[in-house]
Write a protein that binds this ligand. Structure first.
Ligand SMILES: *Cc1c(COP(=O)(O)O)cnc(C)c1O
Length: 365
């Protein structure tokens, strides 16, 4: 059996440390706003070279908190790619703004900076570093600067990914991360993180996360309860120590997939030359997806589709939706991408097993 993500194997490799860290939190009986969250915030900011950042409840909240702190709200249009997880656009709706769906590049599946649907109401861009590979942040930043827009990076799939040597999440006005269990850095429950370039924006984010508090009984603004908790932070601190090693294993696995699948004529992710992808998912295009998934399943190999229904065609977004055919690259890609097993604890032998099974049945587009 080869799962898409082998979390059980990962846990087995860190069990002693995790159990000890979790026990320490239980002994301390300090679950909210304690030393673990503070230490993790410091460590994650240091890992990214970020000036300001805060733990929060999940990646969706992280994105909404960043948008709200940057003043995005009702009447504002926010450009977001249609080829992403629904949360990228949900967060825009949560602050009362309007998501405007954009197409992607065929090479790396990220937001196409040459096809941004700008209007007089556009106020922000949410580039999504999908699959762990960087958007063209140089081109996106240039458009943002020219039109006076804010940029909030959705780096939920891109922990330790880089663009031009700089950590993803630190290139925009703000950046958001998810530590959902299956992400490259995953908690044992929900958790997320928000970065901001500007100290005042960061301060506002910190207040919004914790009921708009200035002090225990004084609240400056109406905020939320979107805090990260101590148990999650304790787990994340243990895992962060291994993240570089796990990322390198993902990159090695992806290289092996690339070699074997490209040689057989398949289109795989072609990262921007300035990007250092961290492969949250390994994606390949093929002509007979259903048949291939079925066959892999009978051989005990899990696969997935990220994402089969583009956001501009989702029932939840009917109000903001676009007609069929409006985003041609997104729609074509949604119909032909398949995600193969990849995680920090996969072996190259397993990658070869997946390739053998895949190449027996899959046909290139
Ligand atoms: C996982 C994910 C999110 C949401 O994160 P949660 O922690 O599940 O709320 C947002 N955007 C993208 C691209 C994601 O993959």
């Amino acid at each position: 059996m080869i799962p898409l993500v082998n979390l059980k194997r990962q846990y087995a490799s860190i069990r002693a440390d995790v159990d000890k860290a979790v026990s320490a939190v239980l002994e301390r009986q300090h679950f909210i706003k304690g030393p673990e969250v503070a230490a993790f915030e410091k460590a994650w900011c240091a890992a990214l070279g970020a000036a300001h950042g805060y733990g929060c409840a999940n990646g969706t909240a992280a994105l909404a908190l960043a948008l709200e702190a940057l003043g995005i709200g009702p009447g504002d249009e926010v450009i977001v790619p249609a080829h992403t997880f629904i949360a990228s656009a949900e967060a825009i709706c949560h602050v009362g703004a309007t998501p405007v769906f954009a197409d992607i590049r065929a090479s790396d599946y990220t937001l196409d900076a040459n096809a941004l649907p700008l209007t007089s109401r556009t106020r922000a861009i949410v580039p999504v570093h999908i699959y762990g590979t960087a958007c063209d942040m140089a081109a996106i930043s240039m458009v943002a600067e020219r039109h006076g827009l804010v940029v909030v990076e959705d780096a939920a799939q891109a922990h330790l990914g880089r663009f031009d040597g700089q950590a993803l999440g630190t290139l925009g006005d703000a950046g958001s991360f998810s530590f959902y269990p299956g992400k490259n850095l995953g908690a044992y429950g929900d958790a997320g993180f928000v970065l901001a370039r500007d100290a005042a924006v960061a301060e506002r984010i910190a207040r919004l996360i914790d009921h708009g508090r200035r002090s225990k009984y004084l609240h400056d603004i109406v905020g939320y309860n979107q805090r990260m908790d101590e148990l999650q932070a304790a787990v994340l601190r243990i895992k962060l120590a291994r993240l570089e090693e796990w990322t390198s294993m993902r990159q090695q696995g992806a290289r092996r997939y690339d070699e074997r699948l490209k040689a057989a004529g398949f289109k795989v992710l072609e990262a921007d030359p300035r990007a250092e992808p961290v492969y949250h998912l390994y994606v390949v295009e093929l002509a007979n997806r259903d048949e291939t998934m079925q066959r892999l399943k009978t051989e005990g190999i899990e696969s997935g589709v990220h994402y089969p229904v583009p956001l501009h065609r989702q029932p939840a977004f009917t109000e903001f939706g676009l007609r069929d055919g409006a985003l041609p690259v997104t729609e074509r890609v949604a119909g032909c991408v398949l995600s193969l097993p990849l995680c920090g604890s996969i072996t190259l032998d397993e990658v070869d097993q997946v390739c053998d099974a895949f190449l027996e049945v899959a046909r290139p587009c």
